[in-house]
Design a protein around this ligand. Structure first.
Ligand SMILES: Nc1ncnc2c1ncn2[C@@H]1O[C@H](COP(=O)(O)OP(=O)(O)OP(=O)(O)O)[C@@H](O)[C@H]1O
Length: 240
């Protein structure tokens, strides 16, 4: 299906039917190439997680087609880790759970996300933000060609979020992987993404962050405050 050899993932006109006749996704197309960082934004219930799950083959579309490069190595960090919070499992064991990751790679991945000190800590003693970092380390340790992150900055403080986005960008620069991410943090998204896809069950607008932030559809979804936040910075660049 994909003509371009750099393409890792392509969705064409994907729809998913929802309850009461209201579609969860409607004719959404998306193409992701090697080395690209694409972020899905949109209000609660816009279908961001559904789109991610369909893209990964975890849920079938009702219409349209999904293509993934055969043999593609995917690292997926879902919105919530399915873990029993009472597990007294140390982080190092959690990172090795699938058995595919050598201890050296797991330790290096933990250091990459700024959490080397958590190596021996039991999972049930981690804060929400620490758990997010450990989850990301587990995904990174497998050296994915496509990194899929559903709200990776959830529960992380502001300084931690900037570090996290920096880690994601550095990983892309170093490995050439593609990144598909869901985020509510417009400021960081606008600063750290190649392309934004603004979703409200259908694609409202998409493109480079500067262009999307000026799109009236973006303003309607996120309000004038969000628009001002970014365009202020952008205007200064244009006129400064
Ligand atoms: N397994 C499911 N079966 C049926 N409907 C679902 C299922 N999962 C989610 N939905 C519905 O599909 C719609 C889109 O949900 P989704 O989780 O994809 O949105 P989202 O944009 O990721 O939202 P949020 O920002 O709140 O995480 C919602 O109305 C939700 O209730």
């Amino acid at each position: 299906m994909a003509a371009d050899p750099g393409t890792l993932l392509e969705l064409r006109e994907v729809s998913v039917a929802g309850a009461g006749g209201r579609p969860r996704l409607e004719a959404v197309s998306l193409r992701l190439a090697r080395g690209e960082i694409v972020t899905l934004i949109g209000p609660n219930g816009a279908g961001k997680t559904t789109l991610v799950r369909v893209a990964l083959g975890l849920e079938p579309p009702t219409a349209g087609s999904v293509w993934r490069r055969p043999g593609l190595r995917v690292g997926y960090q879902p919105q919530r880790l399915a873990l029993d919070p009472r597990l007294p499992l140390p982080v190092r064991r959690f990172l090795a759970l699938t058995g595919e990751v050598p201890a050296d790679a797991a330790r290096a991945a933990l250091a990459e996300v700024g959490a080397a000190h958590l190596w021996d800590r039991p999972l049930h003693r981690l804060s929400g933000g620490e758990l997010q970092r450990v989850g990301l380390a587990r995904v990174l340790a497998r050296r994915p060609e496509l990194l899929v992150l559903d709200e990776p900055s959830q529960g992380i403080d502001l300084a931690g979020q900037e570090t996290l986005f920096e880690v994601i960008r550095r990983t892309r620069d170093r490995t050439g992987c593609a990144v598909l991410m869901v985020s509510h943090d417009l400021h960081l998204v606008m600063a750290g993404t190649d392309r934004v896809l603004c979703l409200d069950r259908h694609v409202c607008c998409q493109g480079r962050p500067e262009a999307v932030s000026r799109d009236p559809a973006f303003g309607r979804l996120f309000g004038s405050a969000a628009l001002a936040l970014y365009s202020h910075h952008h205007d200064r660049c244009e006129h400064g």
